[in-house]
Design a protein around this ligand. Structure first.
Ligand code: SF4
Length: 82
């Protein structure tokens, strides 16, 4: 049985998928579209405390939060990243 990991980011439980989805996905985007790592980490800290986070995805919008939080135009659907 696969353990469900709530309040986890993808990098916390599946390094292969993290590399394939997040690292590769972000590497294909223009650098000017990405936030600095400090902003991304602040956003992800909010996600980690959010009950909508489930195995690296946001149950409110279905995104991989590590990708959304890395985008300058990325927004939390509940506007919790202020
Ligand atoms: S993007 Fe917003 S609603 Fe979704 S998990 Fe993060 S803080 Fe929660």
């Amino acid at each position: 049985m696969t353990k469900i990991c709530t309040r986890c980011l993808l990098k916390d439980f599946n390094k292969e998928q993290y590399e394939a989805i997040v690292t590769n996905g972000l590497s294909s985007l223009p650098k000017e579209d990405l936030t600095g790592s400090d902003i991304t980490e602040k956003r992800l800290a909010v996600c980690r405390d959010c009950d909508k986070l489930n195995q690296g995805t946001c149950l409110a919008c279905g995104c991989f939060v590590e990708i959304r939080a890395s985008l300058k135009k990325g927004k939390c659907p509940y506007d919790l990243w202020k």
